[in-house]
Design a protein around this ligand. Structure first.
Ligand code: F6P
Length: 321
């Protein structure tokens, strides 16, 4: 079997671990594995190179993606999809494994209507916003990166008894904000999955101060409906009569050595993708739900929504009291 592997969309720590598992397990199951560089655009530009077990040496511990990534506009068009299908056919590919987020799953779904080969998606995004897997590859590392930064911000916040708003990534999802917020003891977490008004936020912060808290942290998901941390920080400063400090963590969340959890998840999912292909199973996202490796049809990965833990959500005020 001739298999192509690519990474697409935002890079995520441990994408490399997934590529390594796909390559080595694939080769040891008598497959030929080809790396496609630069995401879906790499198919159109024919940036296709055979991988050996040695090609994926020394990448297990590295963030980013050695195949490089991209967000191709050309690939989304009818012409682009037809061209990609023609190139995959000309290269005699039997299967394609793409590692990425919801945009990547949409890309695979669209390609399935143009190409007869076997398609499998692996969940690689720090946002954790794919249905069909409890966790996406890279999420745990991003949360730990943000947590490390928040612990440092807590030190300086305590030294001055200050209020800080810290913006984390996640695009339209609040998983990073929620996990980081709970783990750092934030007084409030603003995220797209919940609605918090400015008055409610001000009340939470003032209550924390009344309870003699020496510092107040508010975690803001970049996709929150109230706006970005800067805008919210200015409005909150007015409401509570104290200048709030704002810190936007940005891209440092996406880089760095992947955690043990992400390396293991990526390795399991990469190897499972090959097992699925050799069994003749394809056409969906490979993920882990309740410890079981499963496949979910591409479309469900973005049409169905993975909920934030409602029980823990209900405990936030107790935990930060
Ligand atoms: O989807 C991953 C992600 O890092 C989001 O959290 C963020 O909103 C987005 O990508 C940033 O995209 P770009 O790398 O194109 O700036």
């Amino acid at each position: 079997m001739k298999i192509g592997v690519l990474t697409s969309g935002g890079d995520a720590p441990a994408m490399n671990a997934a590529i390594r598992a796909v390559t080595r397990v694939g080769i040891n199951r008598c497959c030929q594995v080809f790396g496609i560089y630069g995401g879906f655009q790499g198919i159109l530009d024919e940036e296709i190179h055979e991988l050996t077990s040695r090609s994926v040496s020394r990448i297990l511990h590295r963030g980013g993606t050695f195949l490089t990534t991209g967000r191709s506009e050309e690939f989304k068009t009818e012409e682009g999809l037809n061209k990609a299908a023609r190139i995959l056919l000309e290269h005699n590919f039997d299967a394609l494994i793409a590692i990425g987020g919801d945009g990547t799953m949409r890309g695979l779904d669209a390609l399935s209507r143009h190409w007869d080969g076997k398609l499998i998606g692996l969940p690689g995004t720090i946002d954790n916003d794919l249905f069909g897997t409890d966790y996406t590859i890279g999420f745990d590392t991003a949360v730990n990166n943000a947590l490390d930064a928040l612990d440092k911000i807590r030190d300086t916040a305590e030294a001055f008894s200050r209020t800080f708003l810290v913006e984390v990534m996640g695009r339209h999802a609040g998983f990073i904000a929620f996990h980081v917020g709970v783990s750092t003891g934030a007084s409030a977490i603003l995220m797209p999955e919940t609605t918090t008004t400015m008055d409610e936020l001000a009340e939470k912060v003032l209550n924390a101060k009344k309870r003699a808290k020496t510092s107040v942290l508010v975690v803001v998901a970049e996709g929150d409906e109230l706006g970005n941390a800067d805008t919210i920080g200015k409005a909150l400063s007015e409401c509570i009569g104290e200048k709030c400090r704002v810190s936007v963590l940005g891209y440092i969340q996406r880089g760095g050595n992947p955690t043990h959890f992400d390396r293991l998840l990526a390795t399991r999912l990469g190897a499972y993708a090959i097992e699925c292909l050799t069994r003749g199973e394809h056409g969906g996202l490979v993920g882990e739900v309740n410890g079981q490796l499963i496949m979910t049809p591409f479309e469900e990965t973005w049409t169905k929504k993975k909920p934030i833990d409602q029980w823990l959500l209900g405990l936030l005020d107790d935990l930060s009291s």
